[in-house]
Design a protein around this ligand. Structure first.
Ligand SMILES: [Zn+2]
Length: 208
């Protein structure tokens, strides 16, 4: 079988970068790596953007009496509360200037529904609301999915897990991703990858 590869660049947006409201430490280092990757010979390049309405349920400010980091219960389960971030159309939600979307075949915008958060490029946090990405990749004959971006232990990991569960051979590009690593979240993500047969690679190991 001929293998076809897709690159998914997850949530490299100003609000998740140093200076942003929800900055991933060392997030800036991944911009250059991702930009370089996007110049490679992929069969498809997908970018994602966290893209919320102002009244999104994941914002602590929209939950009276609650603070950032608190957990609330939603119909689909526990939800952690974040500062207001990546509001649709704002500069915080934009890609940084050094990361061009010129080579992107598809840009997935997630978290657009007020009441549902979304980490994965494939499916919202309710586990039911699909983005259509699995079908899009399948219809293009993609067999292998490479994931990088922010943050390794959240949106990158959830995206990789969903890719593996959808049947794609899946890789996390570690040096083009950066982690938040709160409460053992990076270790938990790595355990998930092992369980699902997800491999890790570095940008230098990828051949075109
Ligand atoms: Zn968000």
């Amino acid at each position: 079988m001929q293998r076809k590869r897709a690159l998914i660049v997850v949530d490299i947006q100003n609000d998740f970068l140093p200076g942003g409201v929800l900055a991933v430490p060392s997030g800036a280092a991944v911009i250059g790596k991702a930009a370089e990757l996007m110049e490679g010979a992929w069969d498809a390049v997908v970018m994602t953007q966290d893209w919320h309405p102002k009244d999104h349920v994941s914002f602590a400010a929209n939950n009276p009496g609650k603070s950032e980091g608190d957990m609330i219960m939603l119909p689909y389960g526990e939800q952690i509360l974040w500062p207001v971030h990546c509001v649709a159309g704002t500069s915080g939600a934009a890609f940084p200037g050094r990361l061009s979307d010129r080579n992107a075949d598809l840009i997935i915008r997630k978290g657009r529904e007020r009441g549902i958060d979304s980490y994965s490029a494939f499916c919202a946090a309710d586990g039911k609301t699909l983005t259509g990405l699995a079908g899009w990749l399948e219809e293009r004959g993609i067999t292998d999915v490479y994931v990088c971006g922010l943050a390794t232990d959240f949106c990158v990991s959830y995206t990789a897990a969903d890719a593996a569960n959808a049947g794609f051979r899946t890789f996390v590009i570690t040096d083009a991703s950066a982690a938040i690593d709160i409460g053992g979240s990076l270790k938990a993500a790595e355990d998930t990858w092992r369980k699902l047969g997800i491999s890790t690679v570095t940008t230098a190991e990828i051949e075109y």
